[in-house]
Design a protein around this ligand. Structure first.
Ligand code: ADP
Ligand code: ZN
Ligand code: ZN
Length: 731
């Protein structure tokens, strides 16, 4: 049926849809159209049609072009996007845009693009990287291609992205006759070579519980320590979904989508796997998305926004590391991909498995309330045992590079027995503060309420909040003294101390600074795996995805960061991080030890975590949340505002508070406005107003009436404001 008027979602901050005159032939909902918006042409998504509009007909403009033959987004996804727009109170146009790959957002045709793939010739398969000693790039590339060939894979740009300068090296290998390039439209499928191991009893029970739920909605929390075989459970469930001809959507945290994980999937399943993450080229992303939408990819693995991918045969959803903060988008459309996935599972009536070694407190509470079935994998798979954890009281201890003498003794012990050591410190740079010893002046950011971090390697001081940086000053900015001293420890400083203490053992630092160059992370990991490096120091980059079987000692250098933060989730995050890092270590014949430096060895939550484990910690932390009426025992929305002058955001938020009072906020506490914990950031002053409600319904009733008023507010035009429903960070 043809409508006279089309309702169109257009990326714009306005929380509404826009009406345009329909062309003669019908345009189904979910199709893209090109329309003029103001003076510019934009790509919009048709949401539906009607015979008339609230806008007088003569003011309506026509649709300029229909971009899709068939609707791009199926009704199921349109409904999900509608839900997300309503729940997060975010403009539907921006929500729709977030669901599309960039190429489609820009209006390019929904056609796959030819992609080059590279395959070894027989000569290339025989060649040895050793022959290329003087061409290290070619050697690395050849080794990579040979490894992929073992899984019968041709290499695409996504497999090679992190190898620095690979296109040039590839040309040389082609010239040698070792590589053939081919154009393909299809996603690669591998010849699977891995056999599934027989499952342990707990794994079997988990697989049985979820597969019994196929064909309808059911939520499961798969709770098992790192190495307990969660991924193996996913793989078995996916196998069953495949056998039933259904698609599986696997969501992973940004940093969890490693080549190792992909290879594990590819070695198991001889089917095309669509991979969706931000590191892909537009063409790769487009192809993967189209293959998923056409049902040609039975397995779709992706980060956050993959939650919105159309999947005609969806039969199962898996969210790995469901507690991971990267599932929550922190700007623009602030959604939680995990929560969207749960809603999608409900709407599509498929089971969803949320897996983690350290489930979010929200998810544990949901399981306790009966909303999810909790499945536990209590043991590490195979014969591996849990590492032993202990707290190390560093009060009155002297520290060398942030490391106490008892920690050094533990390191000597483990290294002496042939083990490797991993030290964790979640702070980049050399020192967080540069201080004048004569007058107390410290280097601060001109644009933020923050100290500048001293980076010794690059000889710069840098703001970790806005990116401002400058050369290290030679003189104090206050008194001119030359006696400037670094205070505190970052990973660079720890590395320096370790190199001095262990000059012969090989120390690798893994953090964003040390791995900026493409390929450097791989090279570092390689040196660790080969044993060339025996000691690792790193930030949370180390905490996920990697496994270091020869590491027998994990040292957490500073557990106190999480204990006294303005953010009520800091303790939960610290506990999760400690366990994630601890989980990197050890294997069957090498039981691990985890030593945690703290100034607060009596801290009750820290002790619970160490002595009784995450479940006991989580139960106590949930008790505190309940007492304080914090999530998951209440529901929050945070209205943030920022402007170049301090009074402006506060004035807007005051007005916002008044507007909430004028519409009535029964059941919702309005707290603030207050300046943000770090008030000035990147030259803008920030403030916030917090809404807290015992019921989700009460909160959303208020938001529904309140937001239209905020959009009308004059004070609101002088600030940048945003609403965050279920905020993950409180600043
Ligand atoms: P998780 O995802 O919980 O960290 P994995 O599924 O990656 O755990 O399993 C950890 C290791 O144990 C992997 O090397 C995996 O191949 C192996 N593994 C998992 N399940 C079994 C099993 N039933 N029998 C033998 N090995 C297993
Ligand atoms: Zn000074
Ligand atoms: Zn700054």
């Amino acid at each position: 049926m043809s409508h006279a008027v089309l309702h169109i979602a257009i990326p714009s901050p306005l929380r509404r849809r826009f009406d345009y005159l329909a062309p003669a032939r019908p345009v189904p909902a979910g199709s893209r159209v090109s329309v003029s918006f103001g003076r510019r042409p934009v790509v919009g998504i048709v949401l539906g049609g009607a015979e008339g509009s609230e806008v007088p007909r003569e003011k309506l403009r026509p649709v300029d072009a229909v971009l899709d033959e068939a609707p791009l987004l199926p009704p199921e996804i349109l409904e999900l996007l509608h839900w997300a727009s309503t729940y997060y109170h975010h403009p539907i146009g921006e929500v729709c845009a977030a669901a599309l790959p960039v190429a489609l957002r820009q209006g390019q045709p929904a056609q796959p693009r030819g992609l080059r793939r590279y395959r070894l010739t027989p000569a290339g398969a025989e060649a040895s990287p050793e022959q290329l000693k003087r061409a290290p790039r070619q050697a690395t590339l050849l080794a990579r291609l040979q490894r992929l060939a073992m899984a019968a894979m041709a290499a695409g740009p996504d497999d090679l992205a992190e190898l620095d300068g690979w296109p040039g090296a590839m040309k040389r290998l082609e010239e040698k006759g070792w590589v053939l390039a081919e154009e393909t439209l299809m996603l690669p499928a591998s010849a699977a070579t891995d056999k599934a191991p027989p499952l342990g009893a707990a794994q079997q029970a988990a697989v049985a519980a979820v597969s019994a739920a196929f064909g309808g909605y059911a939520g499961f929390l798969l709770d098992g320590v790192t190495g307990s075989g969660k991924t193996e459970v996913y793989l078995r469930l996916i196998e069953q979904a495949l056998a039933a001809g259904r698609q599986t959507l696997v969501l992973v945290p940004e940093i969890g989508l490693t080549p190792q994980l992909l290879e594990r999937f590819r070695r198991r399943f001889p089917v095309p796997i669509a991979v969706l993450h931000s590191g892909l080229s537009d063409g790769e992303r487009l192809n993967a998305w189209l293959a998923a939408r056409a049902g040609l990819a039975p397995i779709v693995i992706g980060t956050r926004s993959a939650a919105f991918t159309p999947l005609p045969g969806l039969g199962l959803i898996v969210v790995d590391e469901e507690h991971d903060p990267s599932f929550k988008q922190q700007d623009g459309f602030r959604y939680s991909a995990r929560d969207v996935a749960v809603v999608r599972a409900q709407k599509t009536r498929v089971p969803i498995v949320l897996g983690s070694a350290t489930p979010a407190l929200e998810s544990l509470a949901n399981a306790a309330a009966g909303r999810y079935t909790r499945l536990e994998l209590p043991e590490r798979a195979g014969a591996a045992v849990h590492p032993h954890m202990r707290l190390l009281d560093i009060r009155h201890q002297s520290l060398d590079g942030g490391v106490s003498e008892p920690m050094y003794r533990a390191m000597h012990h483990h290294l002496g027995q042939g083990g490797q050591v991993l030290l964790f410190l979640n702070r980049r740079g050399y020192a967080p503060v540069l201080l004048c010893h004569d007058c107390g002046w410290v280097a601060t950011c001109r644009r933020c309420d923050a100290h500048l971090t001293y980076h010794a390697g690059q000889k710069r001081i840098r703001c970790h909040h806005c990116g401002t940086e400058r050369p290290v000053p030679q003189q104090c900015g206050g008194c001119g003294s030359l006696d400037l001293r670094p205070v505190g420890h970052g990973t660079e400083r720890v590395e320096e101390a370790l190199r001095a203490r262990f000059p012969d053992l090989g120390v690798e630092r893994i953090d964003r600074d040390a791995t900026r160059r493409k390929g450097s992370l791989e090279a570092k990991l390689e040196r660790v795996h080969s044993g060339a490096a025996r000691i690792l120091i790193g930030t949370q980059m180390l905490a996920k995805g990697h496994h270091f079987p020869d590491v027998t000692l994990v040292g957490i250098l500073d557990a106190d960061q999480g204990l006294f933060s303005a953010d009520f989730r800091a303790g939960e995050r610290m506990a999760q991080l400690i366990l994630q890092v601890a989980g990197r270590a050890g294997r069957a014949e090498r039981p691990g030890e985890v030593v945690i430096q703290t100034h607060h060895p009596e801290h009750p939550l820290l002790r619970l975590l160490i002595e009784q484990g995450y479940a006991a910690f989580a139960a106590a932390a949930l008790g505190e949340r309940q007492q304080a009426e914090l999530p998951p025992y209440s529901f929050l929305a945070l209205l943030r505002a920022e402007a170049p002058a301090a009074a402006v955001p506060l004035a807007f938020l005051e007005e916002a508070r008044g507007l909430a009072e004028s519409v009535g906020h029964a059941g919702v506490m309005v707290l603030g406005p207050v300046p943000a914990p770090m008030e000035r950031r990147a030259g803008r002053y920030r403030a916030q107003l917090l809404l807290q409600a015992a019921s989700r319904a009460a909160l959303h009733r208020l938001l529904d009436r309140w937001l239209p008023l905020l959009e009308e507010s004059k004070a609101g035009r002088k600030v940048r404001w945003s609403l965050d429903v279920d905020p993950a960070e409180m600043f």
